[in-house]
Each structure stands twice: as structure tokens, then as C-alpha cells.
Ligand binder design. Structure first.
Ligand code: KG4
Ligand code: ZN
Length: 343
């Protein structure tokens, strides 16, 4: 406890961002430091697990020190130390989990293990505390594409939710499709931000790529779209890269927005929230907001920094989980395939 606030140090090392953050009472972001390893992995065209865990080892302590100094907090003043326990790369997860447990032990405060997917969902509540379930969340990242409905658990403390999985990808994740198409087009890694930028100067109607499973339930498929972009490009003698980027992006966004709004109508949601790295996509943000306005529901778009991996969402989630479940045992592990606890 410090200044009457319960402050949690959050640590995120599930993939290629080394991040630490101090959040007060699950709502007040006192610091949020993110050190991206993107440059280390770019020349390999994707995240190399061994390089990622070694980089986390080098970066984590300086990142934590910066987060504590920026927040003006000493370790023993903290109420708890939290870390992402999964899903993610096992070596990377273990760096954050081991550090968090050691610090919790030394400072004599509880350790809280956090589910990375749940943290992406809580990112919305951190930035918009007035959000009221039932809500539909479109979680779109490099590893996941999920449409989830979220309602308050009537038997739990505030902000504990019952999650229902409405649909998910049957092959590639949306972010993976962005990354693979960008790689094929020689645009580098990660592909999402580059395609997003290029698409601004392109014509989204230039090529009619398929909208897979558009009217078919809530599951997604992006692998066929990726193949059709590759096949189409190979048949051309010359291409306008910006047009291909914009047309590909439009195909992804059309499907994501159509399914999210249909799901929101079916479950009677108050609104739709975006979460995960792909939620930083300009076209997706614009189209989703327009759709929500048209349907008379709330559309919540977290800031871009809150969409991509960060530790503030981990610290905020830990505050709510600590009240619902209490501390996590120091004998708990890291879980590379952890899923969202769906009803
Ligand atoms: O959530 P995140 O930071 O890490 C995972 O947990 O996967 O998401 C990373 C993914 C990458 O595939 C990246 O290409 C994509 O998010 N991404 C974007 C944009 N920014 C990041 N995709 C489309 N448009 C963007 N602006
Ligand atoms: Zn993530």
C-alpha cells in the first residue's frame, strides 16, 4: 500500500515485448514501460523463441527499474507483483514469472499470475472504467482471433466475468495473416503496421479477395485469403503494392466487423470492444466504430499502446483477479497453451 492506493507491479514477457508497469487500484497507470524486441527478430521474419527469452533476460531488470522509478514506488511499497503466466513462448514466460515470484518473495507481497488473453480484455476496462457488460470483445492478435461475449458473474465480485467463446479462427490468426502477406510482399516484420500504413494510399476495391466464412457462424478463416493474395500477385506482371495491401486489409476487416456486429446483436450486447495487436489497425477501428454508431451501441477502441502487448493491462487484471481468487501460489508454473476460462 502506498498513498492509500494498492499498487501492483505488472510484468509482461509472453512474446517479444519486455514490459513492466505500476498500476494503482486497478485503474491508475503510474508507469508503463515497453521495450520491443522487434528489431532483433525482424531479419528472421518472425519471433525467434530462443532470441526472445535471452533478450527478456537482458532487458527485464532495467525495464522493471524504470517502471518503479517512473511510478515513484519502492518494491516493498507494492501491494503485489503480477506476471503473465500464459499463453506465450515458454522460455519468455518463465523469465517474467521467475522474476515476479522472486521479487514477491523478497518484498513479502503476494504474487498474481495473469492470463495474457484476459489481460487484453481488461485493457478496455482500464481505459474506459464506465464500460458495462454484456459486451462483445473482438480479440485479434498475432496468435489469436476470438469473438468473446462477456457478462458480469452474478456470484463474483465486481469486474469478474463469465466469458463465452462465440467463435475463433479455424486456421491463421488475423495478425498472422497480416504478417504472412507482408512477408510475401517483402514488406518486413511485423506486417500489420506496414500494411496499415501502405493501405492508406491504396484502393481497397482494386482486387476482390475472398471474404471467407462471411455469413457462416462466428468462426474465422484467414489462410485461404493469404493464399489467394499470393496466387493473385504471382499472376500479375506488375502490381501496385498499396492496392494489394488495401484490398487484403479490406477483406480481413469486412469479415471481422460483420461477425462482431452480428454477435453483438445476437447476445444483446451494450457494445463491442477491440483488443489485441490488430486492434491498432486504422481501417478496423474506423469501420467498427461506424458500425457501432449505426447499430446504436457503444464501440470502444483502446489506445494503440493498450492494444499491443503491455504490462499495464497485466497489473490491472491482477487487481481484479486478486480480489476474486486471492494470490497465486509460488509453486505455480508458466502455461504456453493457456486458454481463456470460458463457460
Ligand atoms: O497482441 P500483440 O501485440 O501480440 C500477440 O499477443 O500476438 O499482436 C501482434 C500482432 C502482429 O501480428 C502485428 O502484425 C499485428 O498485431 N498488428 C497489426 C497492427 N499493429 C500490430 N495488424 C494490423 N494493423 C496494425 N496497425
Ligand atoms: Zn497479446
Amino acid at each position: 500500500m502506498s498513498n492509500g492506493q494498492f499498487r501492483i507491479l505488472g510484468i509482461e514477457t509472453s512474446c517479444d515485448e519486455t514490459a513492466a508497469s505500476v498500476v494503482g487500484d486497478g485503474a491508475d497507470v503510474l508507469s508503463s514501460v515497453v521495450s520491443s524486441q522487434v528489431d532483433l527478430h525482424a531479419r528472421f521474419g518472425g519471433v525467434v523463441p530462443e532470441i526472445a527469452s535471452r533478450a527478456h533476460l537482458d532487458l527485464l531488470m532495467p525495464v522493471i527499474a524504470e517502471a518503479l522509478v517512473e511510478a515513484g514506488v519502492d518494491g516493498p511499497d507494492l501491494g503485489a507483483v503480477a506476471a503473465t503466466i500464459g499463453p506465450g513462448l515458454i522460455g519468455s514466460l518463465l523469465v517474467g514469472v521467475s522474476a515476479a515470484k522472486a521479487m514477491a518473495l523478497v518484498w513479502g507481497v503476494p504474487f498474481v499470475g495473469v492470463n495474457h488473453l484476459e489481460a487484453h480484455l481488461y485493457a478496455s476496462f482500464l481505459e474506459e472504467p464506465s464500460l458495462e457488460p454484456p459486451l462483445v470483445v473482438l480479440l485479434v492478435s498475432g496468435g489469436h482471433t476470438q469473438l468473446i461475449s462477456l457478462e458480469q458473474d452474478p456470484d463474483g465480485p465486481p469486474r469478474t466475468f463469465i466469458y463465452r467463446m462465440l467463435g475463433q479462427t479455424i486456421d491463421d490468426a488475423a495478425g498472422e495473416a497480416f504478417d504472412k502477406v507482408a512477408r510475401f510482399l517483402g514488406l518486413g516484420y511485423p506486417g500489420g503496421p506496414v500494411i496499415d500504413r501502405l493501405a492508406m494510399d491504396g484502393d481497397p476495391t482494386a482486387v476482390q479477395f475472398p471474404r471467407s466464412m462471411l455469413n457462416d457462424g462466428y468462426d474465422f478463416s484467414f489462410s485461404g485469403l493469404k493464399t489467394s493474395v499470393i496466387t493473385w500477385v504471382r499472376k500479375q506482371s506488375e502490381i501496385e503494392v498499396a492496392d494489394v495491401a488495401a484490398s487484403f486489409q479490406a477483406a480481413v476487416v469486412d469479415v471481422l466487423v460483420a461477425k462482431a456486429r452480428r454477435a453483438a446483436a445476437e447476445v444483446g450486447a451494450n457494445g463491442i470492444c477491440l483488443a489485441g495487436g490488430v486492434a491498432a489497425n486504422s481501417a478496423l477501428r474506423e469501420r467498427l466504430l461506424d458500425a457501432c454508431i449505426e447499430d446504436g451501441i457503444q464501440g470502444f477502441l483502446p489506445s494503440r499502446a493498450m492494444c499491443t502487448d503491455n504490462a499495464a493491462m497485466v497489473a490491472a487484471t491482477a487487481w481484479w483477479r486478486l480480489q476474486a481468487d486471492g494470490p497465486t501460489g509460488l509453486d505455480s508454473g508458466a502455461y504456453p497453451n493457456l486458454r481463456l476460462p470460458v463457460a
